[in-house]
Ligand binder design. Sequence first.
Ligand code: GN1
Ligand code: MG
Length: 369
Amino acid sequence: MHLHPYSSIAEQFAAYRQIIDVREFGNGNINDTYLVTTDIDSSEEKQFILQRINTQVFKQPMLIMQNMRTFTEHMRRRAREEGHRWEMPRVLPTYDGQDFYLASEGNFWRAISYVHGAQSFDTIKGISHAHEVGYALGTFQYLISDLPIDKLADTLEGFHITPRYLLNFDRAFSQNGYKSNTEVKHCLAFVEQRRSFATVLEDARDQGRLRLRPVHGDPKVNNVMIEESTGRAVSLVDLDTVKPGLIHYDIGDCMRSGCNPLGEETEQWEAVHFDPEIGTAILEGYLTQARNFLTAADYEFLFDSIRLLAFELGVRFFTDYLSGNVYFKIKHPQHNLQRALVQFKLTESIEAHEADIRHIIQGMVSPAV
Ligand code: GN1
Ligand code: MG
């Protein structure tokens, strides 16, 4: 039998099971993810997720594991108490009881349980799926909302602080040689025109209008696990960026991911657009849970967050393109430029739909007292 080169790593977490298969899983842009199949019969334990954490990005991976223990326990208990059908992946220990394995070449590996009987999709499949994606984010934020933020370490400093990404962009622009073509010029002008908008959420935070809470950090469509038998969302995975932040980062990110029917990897960037029907369904699903904790100021910044997070991700991709692709994994040299163009086109479409989107939000306003 030909075993995968990482079988010996997988064995560290296998608790005396035989490894049958290890294969690449999902399409993460940062960490490397594998699905491991073992010889055990129980369907729950047959498979698990093995990940190599990118320590160039996550400089202190131990903090991720520490956070994970804290909030998964908290959320599991809360879900039980509130009667929510909700699953949190479990951290799987190594033979010697550690929650990670440091391989000889210095790579940081960890394993988590696989959400059994559920799957995820890269784009929204229909209105009911959109509703479930919003519901998943609302449920996640609700179940974690009473965890004090000082219980969570900062696993990725500066994450979603848009003005910081602009500083990185300025640095990359002035320091790197890059080929200027029509598309690059378009992106440069696009960023320039929106420079002052970049501070909108951080300003609101400085003014005390928005405050830090525990957030997911990466609630894109393909991190929402949909139960195969019911079509209901049962988990929100990819938990490395759970940390203190503004819930608006999450809402904006979920919307920029869900309301772009062509998906963030499309090559037809000129055809990218924001779909208001999907947007309405995501927000409705989200608010079934989030109504419990949103304030009037939170509602006020919803539109800005949708516009901002699409713009921010475009800036992040474009900066990485200018920097020689050091952060996001790429499949070809123009990949990050193409991804930036997609997010900028989406931003433009969100701007064009501003009145509609504000109207939709207005219709849903009902702050918690
Ligand atoms: C990265 O690795 P992945 O695909 O889960 C990124 C997110 C972006 C996303 C875009 C830690 O997430 O912020 O929204 O790519 N994660 C980090 O697909 O930077
Ligand atoms: Mg992620």
